[in-house]
Write a protein that binds this ligand. Structure first.
Ligand code: ADP
Ligand code: MG
Length: 231
């Protein structure tokens, strides 16, 4: 005869919680993708002004849910906060693929010239940093444009250049970049994006250089120290 009390806490170890969160996110994505496809089909139909408005709201909220699931999956990642070799090309590809709906909305064309290169840091933070930079670029191209992302890798550095053909900035605006809560009126943002990006970059010993011309566009150059080669 065997007797045992079933204690659930012990069984719900951290790893299984991570697993649960990851698979939940993964499974939620599938119905959301179907909904997105259906809404896109409706968008191509002849519908009235009011219906179009409802449709836009539904699509925005759908994008928001996708973003939330993404965040949720990121924080459930057991590697969150851990420093590891981060493959920059993979992270940029991830950011670009998540930003596709937004780029489509603003008529932004993307050009990628990516190379193989790794940096030692926190993957999720680096991903966030690239997201923030790309988001600004796409926001600055409300009437369409091109975002070109290129990479140059050598033994010492991984350099990533983000170049947009958007609104650009004045000398005064560039100077204020990275200052908390600095945001232009037309942006719906918080004014924390560039500050966060700069802190992440500086945190791993890199730097960011910005050149911009009002009405022409902006170039953001990020230099990061290369991951030490394995001995
Ligand atoms: P937010 O995007 O929330 O406003 P950020 O810190 O990301 O805050 O950016 C601050 C401001 O800098 C933006 O509001 C925008 O005016 C300007 N900016 C940043 N990147 C670009 C860019 N690529 N092109 C034009 N303006 C930019
Ligand atoms: Mg921003």
């Amino acid at each position: 005869l065997h007797k045992s009390i079933v204690k659930v806490e012990k069984k719900l170890r951290k790893e299984s919680l991570y697993h649960l969160a990851a698979s939940f996110g993964h499974e939620m994505r599938q119905p959301l993708t179907v909904i997105q496809g259906m809404l896109q089909l409706i968008r191509e139909e002849t519908i009235n002004e009011r219906q179009r408005e409802y449709l836009e709201t539904a699509m925005n909220e759908l994008n928001r849910s996708e973003q939330m699931i993404q965040d949720y999956q990121l924080y459930a990642d057991p590697f969150f906060g851990k420093k590891e070799p981060v493959h920059i090309r993979t992270e940029i590809q991830d950011v670009v693929s998540r930003m596709r709906p937004f780029m489509k909305k603003n008529n932004v064309e993307i050009r990628l010239k990516l190379d193989e290169g790794a940096v030692h840091g926190e993957r999720l933070r680096l991903n966030q940093c690239f997201w923030n930079i790309c988001e600004n670029a796409v926001e600055s191209m409300k009437n369409g444009g091109t975002l070109a992302i290129s990479m140059h890798v050598n033994k010492k550095q991984v350099r990533v250049t983000f170049s947009d053909t958007g609104a650009g900035m004045t000398k005064e605006q560039i100077k204020r970049l990275g200052e908390p809560y600095f945001s232009l009126a037309e942006s719906k943002g918080t004014g924390l994006g560039m500050m966060t990006a700069a802190r992440i970059i500086e945190g791993i010993g890199g730097h960011m250089i910005i050149t911009s011309e009002k009405g022409k566009g902006t170039v953001v150059k990020v230099s990061l120290p290369s991951d030490r080669p394995v001995e």
